[in-house]
Design a protein around this ligand. Structure first.
Ligand code: NAI
Length: 338
């Protein structure tokens, strides 16, 4: 037997290929940045998802180790590893869904925008690969700053002639997960019963929780509204500071990413009424991209929902959010155009 059957060649690989083809329903999913703090638990949770038949793990370091480890889990998905730029095409070819948590995370004192210099280039390279090898795949973009990396990806796909706005989704599900948790805490409810729409973008004041639209219907004092809005907006920083330089949210992010990937796969499968918040191409405001509730279907984000009625506090928040978002979006677009 080869020492690392998932990376190498040989009879085991042949047989796993047969298994992958033989498996009835199931989608092919690639994780780019799979050896990272988010990538590893994300890979583990996707290996446990019954909707996944093939799982490709790509990174520029440590992909073989993570792949060998994950591949021993006795769940259905066939796992294959891909290491370094020369193996990117193999990682992407034939994929239905590509999840991207590649790139550096924040350290204390950094904003998400401080990551732009390094992560913009990483996202560009990976998206060029997607345009070439799996132009019809749904893309879940996690790499920060999401407010700029999604416009970067869109520009790369436009250049390549493969852009389908329905298929490019910036992952903001961690903001929703946090909002559900913090609101449930204040209301004294089980977080699984709480649904908070979070719109706008994924950084600081661009994260806009719509507390007036929480389900189950409820009301908050002004103090509660201020406390919750701020805590949801600064949730990422809370983790960055607690980790003291060891990175940003990874475990809750992996959980949130899998929750989001799962709704994307259910949409692809044709399930009805699949709705989640995401940062997408949008006509909900005057900005070209905006996070709001979207309905996921066989072709991606098939419907982008309006924001619904906002209260005065949220209207003011929306104006602040749009101002910062406009700059971040423009920064992403300029990175590719200039
Ligand atoms: P990490 O540093 O632990 O892992 C990143 C991984 O990306 C590493 O394994 C690295 O080798 C890999 N990588 C670097 N360049 C690459 C390339 N060119 N191709 C493929 N892989 C490459 O970082 P962590 O904590 O996993 O965070 C990843 C990203 O996710 C960061 O940009 C972070 O800011 C972002 N993030 C986004 C959140 C969201 O809500 N959207 C929440 C938390 C983090």
């Amino acid at each position: 037997y080869p020492s690392n059957p998932q990376m190498g060649d040989g009879s085991i690989l042949e047989r796993t290929n047969c298994r992958a083809k033989g498996g009835a329903a199931g989608f092919k999913v690639a994780i780019l940045g799979a050896a990272g703090g988010i990538g590893q638990p994300l890979a583990m949770l996707m290996k446990m998802n019954p909707l996944v038949s093939v799982l490709h793990l790509y990174d520029v370091v440590n992909a073989p180790g993570v792949t060998a480890d994950i591949s021993h889990m006795d769940t259905g998905a066939v796992v294959r590893g891909f290491l370094g730029q020369s193996e990117l095409e193999g990682a992407l070819t034939g994929m239905d869904l590509v999840i991207i948590p590649a790139g550096i995370p924040r350290k204390p004192g950094m904003t998400r925008d401080d990551l732009f210099k390094i992560n913009a280039g990483i996202v560009r390279t990976l998206c060029e690969g997607i345009a070439k090898c799996c132009p019809n795949a749904i893309v879940n973009l996690i790499s920060n700053p999401v407010n700029s990396t999604v416009p970067i990806a869109a520009e790369v796909f436009k250049k390549a002639g493969t852009y389908d706005p329905k298929k490019l989704l910036g992952v903001t599900s961690l903001d929703v997960v946090r909002a559900n948790t913090f609101v449930a805490e204040v209301l004294g409810l089980d977080p699984r019963e709480v649904e908070v729409p979070v719109v706008g973008g994924h950084a600081g004041v661009t994260i806009l929780p719509l507390l007036s639209q929480v389900k189950p219907p409820c009301s908050f004092t002004h103090e509660e509204t201020e406390y919750l809005t701020k805590r949801i907006q600064d949730g990422g920083t809370e983790v960055v500071e607690a980790k003291k330089g060891a990175g940003s949210a990874t475990l809750s992010m992996a959980y949130a990413a899998v929750k989001f990937a799962d709704v994307c796969l259910k949409g692809l499968r044709g399930d009805a009424g699949v709705v989640a918040c995401a940062f997408v191409a949008s006509q909900v405001t005057e900005l070209p991209f905006f996070a709001s509730k979207v309905r996921l279907g066989r072709t991606g984000a098939e419907e982008v929902y309006q924001l619904g009625p906002l209260n005065e506090y949220e209207r003011i928040g929306l104006e602040k959010a749009k101002k910062e978002l406009a700059e971040s979006i423009q920064k992403g677009i300029s990175f590719i155009r200039n």
